[in-house]
Design a protein around this ligand. Structure first.
Ligand SMILES: Cc1ncc(C[n+]2csc(CCOP(=O)(O)OP(=O)(O)O)c2C)c(N)n1
Length: 649
């Protein structure tokens, strides 16, 4: 029967690719082939010829180690060539070890770090539900797709998965369908070694619809359950019982999870299927070409719907076009702060964000139960089952899921997305931040309570090493503004970013306004001369955020003694790094080798600017519990102590 032949073709192509690469995961590729076959030939709405069709169903291979199986499907459907498949896991191929956005056509998002995929899928489903509510009309459903994910036992063990599922159930994201390749085996052995959860009860408790397919080879049942899931008022998990590495000598054991099958076994599988190595029969290709035809048909229908939409709702259509092409332009010159008063940068950030929210109808985001503290809120209420139009998401205390969900939302397209929490808990979000950077997704993070000035909450809540952590992520912008003017400029950078995430690091405590026009115009350069003297200067003081005003105080005190120093505000080391050598030299000329960096945290990334005579005045031990003012004094973050230190250099 052709269907069985197609499934076996997927299996054999996958194990051949793994064997050729001498690396990969045959277990899942063999076991989950019927699931992927069903999904690709009978369920997924996508157009292999128009990779990023906006209304396509989204698919997340959460168990990203099953990438060879995904690539086999993409080959049969005509998206990648057999040569691509042969180049599996090799340098510069479009078939990398785990699925990667921007590398393989028709891969919607990067996955493989277990737990991320489910969060990403929830982000896709949330984005769909928001945009569908915003743009669809009675006659035209311009945003109307499902989100599917394929996960394994490992995913189901991850905390981020559970956080995400809990939120998806609460929000009733019913167009999310998760196919669970439940084979009871993982890398180290049987799942039972580590888990005895009752999946059905767990999912039902999370407000999910739970369905079971007892035999993972029964494609009819898989399809029946998917169709049922499509009608559910809740998100659905379909647990599909499969056998890991089915057909291999060691099927059903962890031996087939992540090591290539012996060559003889691969050869035997090919022999049983027939044909040459890395080949598929014409009728199998034909079957998969049906997917192409169907996808193209659906795409053309959507195009017709859009025409109709344009005709009936021209304004909405224009807005829709703008959002899908990411063409919302904000004129930041029209923004004015409420006043010039001393204020925390979390407050100035909040003023800008509220204003932006009113300007950009698809700016959406939320906090991990901290909107009162981080003040990251746009106007209106909270997104919920009954209000799909609200643009504040109550993520609950689920930082990891929040960050992964935002990746899904941005990757979906059509949205500008922010999320927010205490800076110290950015640690909880790191795996997803890293992926955002890797995927070039412009998620905006608002992290508040940026130093020991958190105060009485104590060392557990006081970030010390988090600036270093974020600054060490490639393709990730970190901006720590000194006052409201740098804050406004930082939001502009964040909103204009198209290919990298941006973290805005804000203070809990009030900060004097010190930068004005200079801050507005120069934050984009990462570091700039904030205050200088005509006279010969003996040193440069570099500072960021709340420490910039301290640097200015030290400068003033030194000037009273006829000693002149330059103050450089450095809101973003990452942006400064990107400036020309000439610009960097103009700010930090080599001839002025005495330099002092003031930053209330670990300062390792400044060392290259310090030279032999430079010193960092920073914090690299944990904080303490006390009032912020007391702590700053205790840690020597007052101008007198810094002055003494400077003089001792
Ligand atoms: C966060 C994370 N931790 C560890 C791994 C390494 N890893 C990849 S697959 C896997 C086992 C997953 O088991 P399961 O989902 O049951 O996959 P199967 O054995 O069925 O292929 C592990 C530990 C990973 N990819 N991501």
């Amino acid at each position: 029967m052709i269907e069985q032949k197609a499934i076996n073709t997927l299996r054999v192509l996958s194990v051949e690719a793994i064997a050729k690469a001498a690396s990969g995961h045959p277990g899942m590729a063999l076991g989950a082939a019927p699931i992927m076959h069903t999904l690709f030939t009978k369920v997924l709405n996508f157009n292999p010829k128009v990779d990023k069709w906006f209304n396509r169903d989204r698919f997340v291979m959460a168990a990203g180690h099953g990438s060879s199986l995904l690539y086999s499907c993409l080959h049969l459907v005509g998206v990648i060539t057999m040569d691509d498949l042969k180049a599996f896991r090799s340098l510069n191929s479009i078939t990398p070890g785990h699925p990667e956005l921007h590398v393989t056509p028709c891969v919607d998002i990067s996955s493989g770090p277990l737990g991320q995929g489910l969060a990403e899928a929830v982000g896709f489903a949330l984005a769909e539900s928001f945009l569908a509510n915003k743009f669809n009309t009675e006659t035209a459903k311009v945003v109307n797709h499902y989100t599917y994910a394929l996960c394994g036992d490992g995913d189901m063990q991850e905390g981020a998965t559970m956080e995400s599922m809990s939120l998806a159930g609460h929000l009733g994201l019913n167009k999310l369908i998760v196919l669970y390749d439940s084979n009871d085996v993982q890398l180290d052995g049987d799942v039972a070694q580590a888990t005895s959860d009752d999946t059905k009860k767990k999912m039902e408790a999370y407000n999910w619809n739970y369905l079971l397919v007892k035999d993972g080879n029964d494609t009819k049942d898989i399809l029946v359950k998917i169709k049922k899931a499509q009608k559910s008022s809740k998100p659905t998990l379909i647990e599909i019982k499969t056998v890991i590495g089915i057909g291999a000598k060691q099927e059903g054991t962890c031996a087939v999870h992540g090591a290539p099958l012996p060559y003889e076994e691969v050869k035997a599988m090919r022999k049983a299927l027939g044909g040459e190595e890395f080949s598929a029969e014409a009728e199998v290709y034909e079957l998969y070409q049906g997917v192409q035809k169907n996808g193209c048909k659906k795409y053309r229908k959507w195009k017709r719907d859009i025409k109709q939409y344009k005709f009936e709702n021209f304004e909405k259509y224009q807005e829709f076009e703008k959002i899908i092409n990411n063409e919302f332009v904000v004129d930041f010159n029209t923004f004015a702060f409420k006043d010039d008063n001393k204020k925390a940068t979390r407050v100035s950030s909040s003023e800008v964000l509220k204003w932006l929210g009113d300007k950009v109808p698809t700016l959406i985001g939320g906090t991990a139960d901290l909107s009162c503290s981080t003040k990251a809120k746009v106007s209106g209420g909270f997104f919920s089952k009954s209000d799909r139009s609200a643009r504040n998401i109550a993520f609950g205390v689920r930082e990891h899921a929040m960050a992964g969900i935002c990746n899904g939302m941005v990757s979906h397209g059509g949205l500008k997305v922010f999320c927010s929490g205490f800076f110290v808990f950015s640690d909880y979000m790191k795996p997803a931040l890293r992926l955002a950077a890797l995927m070039e997704l412009p998620v905006i993070y608002v992290f508040s309570h940026d130093s020991i000035a958190v105060g009485e909450d104590g060392p557990t809540h006081q970030p010390i090493e988090q600036l270093t952590m974020l600054r060490s992520i490639p393709n990730f912008e970190v901006i720590r503004p000194a006052d409201q003017f740098e804050m406004l400029a930082a939001w502009k950078i964040a909103m204009n970013s198209s290919n990298k995430p941006v973290a805005l690091i804000t203070s809990r405590q009030d900060l004097e306004n010190v930068t004005y026009e200079k801050g507005l115009n120069n934050t984009i350069h990462g570091g700039y001369i904030l205050s200088d003297f005509e006279k010969d200067i003996e040193a440069i003081i570099i500072a960021s955020g709340s420490e910039v005003s301290l640097a200015l105080e030290v400068q003033k005190k030194l000037a009273l003694e006829n000693r002149f120093v330059r103050v450089v505000s450095m809101p973003s080391l990452c942006l400064f790094e990107k400036q020309s050598t000439k610009y960097k030299e103009s700010v930090l000329p080599k001839k002025i080798s005495k330099r002092l960096v003031i930053e209330a945290g670990d300062a390792i990334h400044y060392y290259k600017y310090l030279g032999e005579k430079g010193k960092a005045y920073n914090i690299n031990r944990f904080g303490k519990s006390a009032k912020a003012s007391v702590l700053f004094k205790d840690y020597g973050f007052d101008s007198e102590s810094i002055l003494d230190f400077y003089k001792s250099m």
